[in-house]
Design a protein around this ligand. Structure first.
Ligand code: E4P
Length: 294
């Protein structure tokens, strides 16, 4: 059991309530949970429905998603459960918002995940105006994070931005640099956006997130179990992060850019190849569980 709770809130990155329960037993608490279409497609109950030859309609898949988050919701603390809207490249902000409004009513501690795209940010902006808590996902650049800050200004709840560390590492860039840069950029701000370090692949990502003092980190079960095996060691004052990929090759650093977050969110460059790829992958995983039209 973790006795020295870090300042950074710990979320489970997954789609299986049993995993959440296991981690809660291991740590003694879970602050929150993030889900996404890829994680939901891997949920063991959804898998066994599909393996038994059943096919799901979009409505049934939504019902399954709701059941999953309703089981997770009471197990987690005030960092809430992030639920992701379905969005492909034709989904409008209004369509995302309608889904978000419905999903927000599923559980009392929902955060609605919108992709960091033009339509996603418009949906997020309308959501915060309606008091809906948001998590902007698939963030891969500092200018996307600046746009998130600007689009969610005035939110009465903290808005989350999820920089994806592992996916930047995968292509040779130091994903933790992005987290560090966003933190530096947000420092003089009004604090309405919380950084949720995501796509965490190893213990070093987790420890560096603690050392940077980000508000939240979402972590796969496997990495939390590795941390438990090290008796929940925390980074000491001598902790230094060595950016390297899984084969030990050094990662390219991402330089800090000075940005004026008082500008309107539409003025920032929010395009990113990995955001596009991420949406493609989520759509494919979402559709993998659905009945094919003939
Ligand atoms: C969290 O919100 C994300 O969905 C998740 O961390 C993605 O991680 P991955 O890059 O390992 O898929």
């Amino acid at each position: 059991m973790l006795t020295n709770k870090p300042k950074t809130k710990i979320l489970v990155d997954g789609g299986d309530p049993e995993e959440t329960r296991r981690i809660k037993n291991l740590l003694g608490f879970v602050d929150g949970q993030t889900t996404n279409p890829s994680l939901i497609a891997k949920n063991p109950e959804i898998r066994s429905l599909l393996d038994s030859g059943q096919v799901l309609s979009a409505e049934q898949e939504k019902d399954e998603y709701r059941k999953i988050v309703r089981r997770i919701s009471p197990m987690v603390g005030d960092a809430g459960v992030s639920i992701e809207v379905f969005a492909d490249f034709t989904t409008t902000a209004q369509q995302m918002l309608s889904q978000g409004e419905e999903m927000f009513s599923w559980i009392p501690n929902a955060y609605i995940k919108y992709p960091c795209t033009h339509e996603g940010l418009r949906a997020a902006q309308m959501s915060v105006q309606r008091g809906i808590r948001v998590n902007i996902t698939l963030c891969f650049s500092q200018s996307q994070a600046a746009a998130v800050y600007s689009a969610t200004r005035g939110s009465k709840h903290p808005a989350y931005v999820s920089p994806f560390v592992g996916r930047l590492d995968d292509r040779g860039e130091d994903g933790m640099d992005l987290v560090k840069n966003i933190k530096q950029m947000y420092e003089p701000g009004d604090g309405h956006v919380y950084i949720l370090a995501a796509s965490i692949r190893n213990l070093n990502h987790l420890l560096y997130s603690f050392a940077l003092g980000v508000e939240l980190v979402t972590v796969p079960t496997k990495v939390l179990e590795q941390w438990a095996a090290k008796n929940f060691a925390m980074p000491g004052s001598d902790f230094s992060y060595k950016p390297a990929n899984s084969s030990g090759h050094a990662l390219r650093s991402i330089p800090y850019q000075t940005m004026d977050m008082s500008h309107s969110w539409e003025s920032f460059d929010i395009s990113h190849e990995l955001t596009t790829k991420g949406i493609e992958q989520f759509v494919a995983d979402y559709q993998s569980t659905l009945r094919r039209s003939a």
